[in-house]
Ligand binder design. Structure first.
Ligand code: A3P
Length: 287
């Protein structure tokens, strides 16, 4: 059964999440908790794996203790699938958690405790491309329809977790007010070691060069694709059907060029310029 979207404070969320919204918004973060925040399909799992490797000094046995969605739970899903709220409450501090909520819907307790937030943004065209492919396999999302229809909905913000444009700008504009590290998927592709070092420093870790290399290697696309604890192959099949397409799909910058027509690209660019004209936030969308 496919989910439908329902509005919460003007943001479309899956109808599996909406009935539990009050409890989600009242999630009790604890001092020291670290929140990984992203728009969907922006490299969430990648940064989760990097963070877990850093936290455990690249000890592979520890990092393979459980699938990534259990190691770093997703707060929106705490009341509709495991790991549940009770399990997350019982996790020792500091906890590492994941969300796709836009800035204005982040549970206030994260800000009250000045929790660290790692935000990863990915360029709009690759994000839309990845979302479209993912929505074919993810039951928590409505059917994507044709690419043309989907792209229109993406541009209108009529997709799960709302408009990409508002999401990336929301965190960007508030980043200096909080304990926040703002990263880009494209930078992580270009120079993973450098971005891993930024995360390490942000988390207060000082690891030797050899460990950084090990983290870069084990969080690379090819390694994560093979790793059952990172590639979602253990996720319930009725929630994500990977028989047609893998969760770890391509992991590239510029794959949008295989999907956008020339006309779609022109319309998208024009709309993008309007929506992103008032921000200093800049993206690279080609490799
Ligand atoms: P594609 O669909 O473009 O391949 P999320 O974890 O936020 O759902 O993001 C998933 C996207 O990140 C997918 O993009 C996936 O392939 C990509 N990805 C996951 N791990 C990656 C890695 N180690 N390196 C590069 N891309 C990665």
């Amino acid at each position: 059964m496919r989910s439908q979207l329902k509005l919460v404070e003007g943001i479309p969320l899956s109808d599996a999440i909406v009935p539990h919204w009050k409890k989600i918004y009242n999630f009790q973060a604890r001092p020291g908790d670290v929140l990984i925040a992203t728009y969907p399909k922006s490299g969430t799992t990648w940064i989760q794996e990097i963070v877990d490797l850093i936290r455990h000094d690249a000890d592979l046995e520890k990092c393979q203790r459980a699938p990534i969605f259990e190691r770093i739970p997703f707060i929106e899903l705490l009341y509709c699938m495991p790991p549940d709220a009770e399990t997350v409450n019982a996790m020792p501090s500091p906890r590492f958690l994941k969300t796709h909520l836009p800035y204005e819907l982040i549970p206030p307790s994260f800000w009250e405790h000045d929790c660290k937030v790692i935000y990863v943004a990915r360029n709009a065209k690759d994000t839309a491309t990845s979302c479209y492919h993912f929505d074919h396999i993810a039951v928590l999302h409505p059917e994507p329809g044709s690419w043309d229809q989907y792209l229109q909905r993406f541009m209108n913000g009529d997709v799960g977790w709302g408009a990409w444009y508002d999401h990336v700008k929301g965190f960007w504009e508030h980043k200096d007010k909080h304990n926040m590290l703002y990263l880009f998927f494209e930078d992580m592709k270009k120079n993973p070691d450098l971005e891993i070092r930024k995360v390490m420093q942000f988390l207060g870790k000082d690891l030797p060069d050899a460990t950084v290399e090990k983290i870069a290697y084990h969080s690379s696309f090819n390694q994560m694709k093979k790793n059952p604890m990172a590639n979602y192959s253990t996720f319930p099949k009725d929630m994500m059907d990977q028989s047609q397409q893998s969760f770890m799909r391509k992991g590239q910058v510029g794959d949008w060029k295989n999907l956008f027509t020339v006309i779609q690209n022109e319309l998208f660019e024009e709309d993008y310029r309007r929506k992103m004209s008032q921000t200093t936030l800049k993206f690279h969308s080609s490799s």
